[in-house]
Design a protein around this ligand. Structure first.
Ligand code: PLP
Length: 210
């Protein structure tokens, strides 16, 4: 089980402190902020994961600078990332985001569409499909949250049974990481519990937030 330290909205100095404490893998949600932070800290010895929603007009900087993308939910985004990944870089590691919450969530591919999307993504030359990712709907019901993580694990197991090589279950955040670990998470994405509460995120287009 690996710890991804989610440093979104936090200054590069906070990341440096985490690096000094031995942390190597960091997660960012906003393209420009992530690119700036990678430029400030470098990529040598560090691993940068893009974990936010990704619009098709923002794929290039992500393909050119990050090591992982966790939230793939459309083939078009995956195709752009593969086409824009420079051939001298190792393949971009990706996870498909699955909607394990049904009507209660809007993000992620529906479980019924997962096998076809997984086959298509796995075939892209500059990507390496590593596994699945989910963000269950917010809930205080521990059993419900745990059942969402169990769903993701079973979906991964089914793809492996069908012959795919997938080593990653990216699930669990500060408030639900114990349940995720109990259900087999291989990467937990933890922000608040490491870096403290966040201020409002920077506005996506770089303008001041009101
Ligand atoms: C912000 C974020 C996290 C970390 O959330 P915390 O509650 O601060 O641990 C993990 N995953 C994703 C996709 C996020 O956007």
């Amino acid at each position: 089980m690996r710890l991804l330290a989610v440093s979104k909205t936090k200054p590069a100095a906070d990341v440096r402190a985490a690096v000094a404490a031995g942390q190597r893998a960091f997660g960012e949600n906003y393209v420009q902020e992530g690119v700036d932070k990678i430029a400030a800290l470098g990529s040598a010895g560090l691993e940068w994961h893009f974990i936010g929603p990704l619009q098709s007009n923002k794929t290039r900087p992500v393909a050119e600078t990050f090591d992982w993308v966790h939230g793939i939910e459309r083939l078009k985004i995956a195709e752009r990332l593969s086409a824009q990944r420079k051939p001298d870089l190792p393949p971009l590691n990706v996870c498909i985001q699955v909607n394990v919450s049904g009507e209660a969530s809007k993000s992620g591919v529906a479980p019924g569409e997962l096998p076809a999307l997984a086959q298509a993504v796995a075939a892209l030359p500059q990507l390496r499909l590593r596994g699945l990712m989910c963000i269950p709907e917010p809930s205080d019901d521990e059993n419900l949250v745990r059942s969402r993580f169990a769903t993701l694990r079973r979906l991964r197991d089914a793809l492996v049974t069908d012959g795919m090589t997938l080593d990653t279950l990216s699930m669990g955040m500060s408030h639900d990481l114990e349940a995720a670990i109990a259900e087999g998470a291989t990467i937990v994405r933890v922000g608040t519990a490491i870096f403290g509460e966040r201020q409002l995120p920077p506005h996506q287009d770089g303008t001041a937030q009101h």
